[in-house]
Design a protein around this ligand. Structure first.
Ligand SMILES: [Zn+2]
Length: 233
């Protein structure tokens, strides 16, 4: 089991690989939108043992990804397609779901192997861990980041995402809208990259629609400070 400080150190080291490969967007408006929505969701995440960070990458493709330690990256090409805040929230809530259920660190665990990770777990020396991660190339790190999650992990992140949307007073139905936006582009030469690491779109739409029907029964509505309304429709 990887400790939280080790996971955060791993995330910092992965961030250096991201910084080598991508240009960060400094658009104040877009960053404000991303972080305002992201922070509303992280407040209701089941995982509160680290700080979440949201970054915007200057890339035309439709993609978003999450790395260990709570770093969530969104491409400008995806942000531009998500017209409503609820749609953007549905992508971020899903990624926060991967964080909460420790899926991102699990991918690294599988790829890096038991020996490296047990050394990290025993020593708990974050510098030591950082050195081990940076010892592999930025390309290798990114190929772990972009590797697929299991189908089970995707469904779990979808389920958690819907929970966080509900608790943070976003519209859960936006998940289905977002899937349809992605699905409409699926056949394009510029197909959304996010579907390569988050596949099985039709199944996920069906399951999301089922899950949405159960949300009112599962999660107690609470006052929504941002909107002044109550989350029950
Ligand atoms: Zn996912």
């Amino acid at each position: 089991m990887i400790t939280t400080p080790s996971e955060v150190a791993m995330g910092e080291s992965v961030h250096q690989s991201v910084a080598k490969k991508y240009k960060f967007s400094n658009s104040p408006q877009q960053l404000e939108r991303l972080r305002r929505i992201g922070e509303r969701l992280t407040k209701v995440s089941d995982r509160q043992d680290y700080q979440y960070h949201f970054y915007l990458l200057e890339e035309d493709a439709m993609n978003a990804f999450t790395t260990p330690g709570g770093n969530i990256y969104v491409y400008t090409g995806l942000l531009d397609q998500l017209k409503t805040d609820d749609q953007l929230a549905s992508v971020l809530a899903h990624e926060i779901g991967h964080c909460a259920a420790r899926h991102t660190v699990k991918k690294f665990q599988a790829a890096l192997g038991y020996n490296i990770l047990s050394a990290i777990a025993i020593s708990q020396i974050t510098e030591d861990q950082a050195r081990r991660i940076t010892a592999i190339s930025a390309n290798a790190v990114m190929s772990i980041v972009f590797s697929s999650y299991s189908r089970r992990d995707e469904y779990e992140a979808d389920r958690l995402g819907l929970k966080y949307l509900r608790l943070a007073c976003f519209e859960p139905q936006a998940v289905v809208e977002t899937f349809k936006i992605l699905g409409a582009k699926e056949k394009d030469p510029q197909a959304p990259l996010i579907l390569r690491s988050h596949p099985y779109l039709e199944d996920r739409i069906q399951r999301a629609e089922q899950e949405i029907k159960t949300l009112d029964g599962k999660y107690v509505p609470r006052p929504c400070p941002n909107t002044g309304t109550i989350s029950r429709p």
